[in-house]
Design a protein around this ligand. Sequence first.
Ligand code: 7RM
Length: 664
Amino acid sequence: MEAATGKAQERLEAELGELLERESFEPPEDFVAAALVGDQSLHEEAARDPSAWWAKLASELDWFSEPTEVLDDSNPPFFKWFADGTLNASVNCLDRHIAAGNGDRVAFHWHGEEGEEREITYADLFRDTQRLANVLKERGVGAGDVVGIYLPMIPEVAVAMLACARIGAPHNVVFGGFSPEAVKDRMEFSEAKALITTDEARRKGKTAQIKPAVDDFLGEVPSIETVIVVRNTGAEVPMTDGRDLFYDLAIEAAEAECEPAELEAEHPLYILYTSGSTAKPKGILHTTGGYLTGVAWTTRLVFDLKPDSDVFWCSADVGWVTGHSYIVYGPLMNGVTSVMYEGAPDYPDKDVWWELCERYGVTVFYTAPTAIRACMKWGAEYPARHDLSALRLLGTVGEPINPKAWLWYWKVIGRERCPIVDTWWQTETGHIMITTLPGAQATKPGSAGTPLPGIDAAVLDQHGNEVEGGQGLLALRKPWPGMLRTLYKEDDRYVETYFKKFGPGTYFVGDAARRDSDRYFWIIGRVDDVINVSGHRLSTAEVESAIVSHAKVAESAVIGQADEDTGQSICAFVTLEGDLEGTDELVAEIRERVALRIGKLARPKRVVWADDLPKTRSGKIMRRLLRDIAEGRELGDVTTLRDPQVVEELDEVVKRRASEGEEE
Ligand code: 7RM
């Protein structure tokens, strides 16, 4: 048996090796024949008249009052879209499908970690959303009040978001993998008025207490007047009279109907905190009309979705922007049936994703390169156990995909029948910006493709001139409807971060990229101090600040280093107080500090003790040199250092340890 697996593995490796030669992949003929878009006509239409293009897409939403304006760019970079229109996001996700007689359609096939199943129809979501909206209203939450959401991957997370949208209360979802302390920061920054959370969360057969941990900080966030607790495991949890409510009891007692608030297109829909280059996360603010316009059409056309026949599965967590746009708003606006899975890809076993694809007949699957690399490592025998013949399109997001992982995905999961869309976008962009329309364009492993119709992406040099052929800075030269509007309560930081580099008309992305002779974009990675671990965005400063909060730490510099499994991993250079010696216990304590402050996902994989850190004469840490040291490269220019000796010593230490085989 093992020998057979070994042989099959060898054969697969050889086939993938051959495929590496192939530069581009055309979509299969039958895919093209059935595709919503089979040619370049939309790209051409948008290029001819961008304003008419966006107006047409906006008109596909349900408005209370249709907008007559498209873009208002009178005060750049504070752009407004469809500003005189009014609408409600929950109406676009729910009421319109109920009105069309599609209430019985499944919105989510929910699958729990222990194999539990729940079928949530559009009518179910509609009912619970209205009731929860009424609960919030009764508690004094109204239009403009921020509501925090800290929930695992359960259907209630979608209900919570839609209930907020129904009354115009911007939601602020915090990823379940972030620690309660990270939740506290985000609640404080946004002055949340209510928090929707749970008793406990489940992960790989274990449970983590959530409500008691949240209670620890609630006293320090006085703006939170209401806490709604979804009973997930049913564990007994402390409840504070007058403040805390159980979700199930509250919605049962609530009025059934809730009129949707008629909101201006520029009314805030949500805030989502993401890492920037300082320790304080940025509150990305998305508004209603433009965001929904961008998300609705990219969901439909990039994933070629036909609501009557497709089953879509985006494996992201709702706590990330990918979940906001492509689990909740995009699929629901389009009346599509999706899968929502509570658990990890390797629990109860490493074939669970493929089991679910088979069970629910998933036709379009969207995941992250890091997950594909993990599956690749586990072996092709896991997907081979299942019938994946319903799959017809695959997608990736979150980081560059290496060609080998792309080919494995194409061959082993897509069985050579499914085009792959590599979608480049950001929390800030709101929706997919660069990719291929799967029925209209060939794909190249490793390239995201071309800007979507209406999007003006370019590769620029430091002065804003277009780079032909070579590498440069990715920029977006025109505003688009789904773009962030500002950083919550930090307008100056918004201008500074995104529009200082190239001026108020051109959005600075923070990624390096190049464009090939077919005008396809190849995204290289971040140019700022953002680390991408398994598609999760973290800032060096955030991790450093968590590390130095340990009493024995004097100073720390964190870098992202190339990692075979997770894309990048975190390496922390740490200087201790006085003449303390670095020990294994101290490494464990530092990792624990980071888990507490941010979450387990931010724990450094590697800690390097440093007597001193390489700094410029003005005291700035030279991360470039630390990256060279960590990755064992020749050291670059050290002449600007205050003390060049420091870096040589560090290099020595790291090299010695590597040769002693200390590393993982
Ligand atoms: C959706 C999301 C954004 C950053 C972005 C890039 C990287 C995302 C791709 C990618 C190469 C891709 N939002 N990134 N998608 N790099 N190819 N298809 O990931 O705000 O969390 O991260 O992720 O660096 O700037 S995010």
